[in-house]
Design a protein around this ligand. Structure first.
Ligand code: SF4
Length: 456
């Protein structure tokens, strides 16, 4: 039998789709290159913005029409499935299964029912988020590794805590087991995932299987993100995994301990995504971010001191209710002081079900657009300026794929998250090499020669 995935939203959804594919393949299912021919279509959805949900509803209408021509199973997973539940079936009757992330343990049972052509019988089990054991896409040289799920922060504009639920940390034994599997399969780079990785906290027993990895846990009390990073650094020593990244970090939870561990282990890439959202203390407080502009700048200073060469990216949300020109100036000032390498910039759109939905003093659409344009303009300038300052530098890159513009070139990424095009072919994908950044086109560097890193 064949399946087809449509995945929307964040990297957590990408990882969860990969985990579901793993289960499908273990059961003998094969991927279909064409949704129009698949026996099972899974839409993994995002609820963060109303536009993302609208897009999914459009796709569901398409599949509803397709179902009139041929039979297949249509399943909706992800945040929209969690948020709307069975109501989604009332809205789009062609949907056969709605499975929110907390119900993912039902997936094999649903598959069994599809395979046998029998109805799926729901159990009374309470919804609990369970981490999958592997998120590796076949043949991939890098992989996501979820370490925690959910969020307790309730930023006033964000729907995530309502759809993903409270924070749950994954058993470190299972995280390290997955990382070992990835190392055995020759993976070169991993990205630890969670809505707020810095609040990782494991209070259960620490039991690691015997093996060539003798792990040392010398701390008393719960295992924090810093302790987990130390265990990961020990686990991947001597394996093909050379780079470790993590996403996303809440600035208020970025502890000095984590900074110390990052500084001690160069395997953690010198790039951090540190969402700031705004530069005005008044707006940060209304957003319930629980840090001030001064605290954010202090964190950036400590990070830069401990991690030379660090690049930073961020998220910036403009036009929050009550935002004034002065608040905008505070954001532009913060950007001037930090100099992010790049930023995801967007304007506020009220999301039903969040605290900010009913806030008064909404900023008019036109003003939001104008302010966002100023922020984007400044960021473009900072990106350009920083990239130009890197010209002539020797850097290590991991080759990711063939260049879209020229089949004789490949595209690589530096640990600072900069893109570089170098001459080469598909045989280089998944390998590390040294290059010199010789020119810049748009935001992509070019290098004349790729020197493979032997033994790497
Ligand atoms: S930290 Fe805030 S923005 Fe991030 S997922 Fe949690 S509530 Fe949403």
């Amino acid at each position: 039998m064949t399946y087809f995935f449509e995945t929307y939203g964040c990297q957590m959804n990408v990882a969860e789709s990969a985990a579901m594919e793993f289960v499908l393949k273990e059961r003998g299912w094969t991927p279909s290159g064409d949704a129009e021919e698949a026996d099972l279509v899974v839409i993994n959805t995002c609820s963060v913005r109303a536009t993302a949900e609208k897009r999914v509803l459009g796709r569901l209408a398409h599949y509803q029409a397709l179902k009139k021509k041929r039979p297949f199973t249509l399943m909706v997973t992800g945040c929209m499935a969690e948020r709307l539940g069975e109501k989604l079936k009332e809205r789009v009757p062609a949907v056969d299964y709605v499975m929110g992330p907390a119900y993912r343990s039902r997936f094999p049972l649903i598959l069994e029912a599809i395979e046998k052509g029998t109805p799926f019988v729901e159990t009374d089990e309470a919804p609990v988020y369970r981490f999958a054991s592997s998120h590796l896409e076949e043949g991939a040289f890098r992989s996501f590794v979820p370490i925690m799920h959910g969020c307790n922060n309730f930023c006033s504009y964000c729907i995530v805590p309502y759809v993903r639920g409270r924070e749950v940390s994954r058993d470190p034994a299972s995280i390290l087991e997955e990382i070992r599997l990835l190392a055995d399969r020759g993976v070169r780079e991993i990205t630890l995932l969670g809505q707020n990785v810095n609040s990782y906290r494991w209070e259960g027993p620490l039991s690691f299987p015997e093996g060539p990895w003798e792990l040392q846990v010398w701390r008393e009390g719960p295992l924090t993100f810093a302790g987990l990073l130390e265990l990961i650094a020990q686990t991947i020593e001597g394996t093909p995994i050379r780079w470790v990244r993590f996403l996303s970090s809440h600035p208020k939870d970025f502890s000095p301990e984590v900074i110390r561990v990052l500084a001690e282990h160069p395997v953690f890439c010198r790039h951090l995504h540190l969402p700031v959202q705004h530069g005005s203390d008044r707006i940060l407080s209304a957003m319930n971010r629980r840090y001030t502009k001064g605290q954010y700048l202090d964190l950036v200073a400590r990070l830069r001191e401990a991690l030379p060469g660090l690049s930073l990216s961020t998220d910036i949300l403009i036009g929050f209710p009550g935002e004034t020109e002065e608040d905008l100036e505070a954001t532009l000032d913060l950007m001037e002081k930090v100099r992010f390498l790049y930023a995801y910039m967007y304007h506020f759109n009220p999301r039903e079900g969040t605290a900010a939905y009913s806030l008064p003093n909404r900023v008019p659409e036109e003003v939001k657009r104008q302010r966002l344009a100023r922020v984007i303009e400044l960021q473009k300038h900072h990106t350009r300026e920083q990239l130009k300052s890197r010209l002539g530098s020797p850097v290590r890159v991991l080759i990711e794929g063939i260049s879209r513009k020229n089949a004789d070139e490949v595209l690589g990424r530096t640990e600072r998250d900069e893109m570089v095009v170098v001459p080469g072919d598909a045989s280089l994908i998944g390998t590390f090499g040294e290059v010199t950044l010789s020119s810049l086109r748009g935001n992509t560097f070019r290098a004349k020669e790729f020197v493979p890193c032997h033994g790497d």
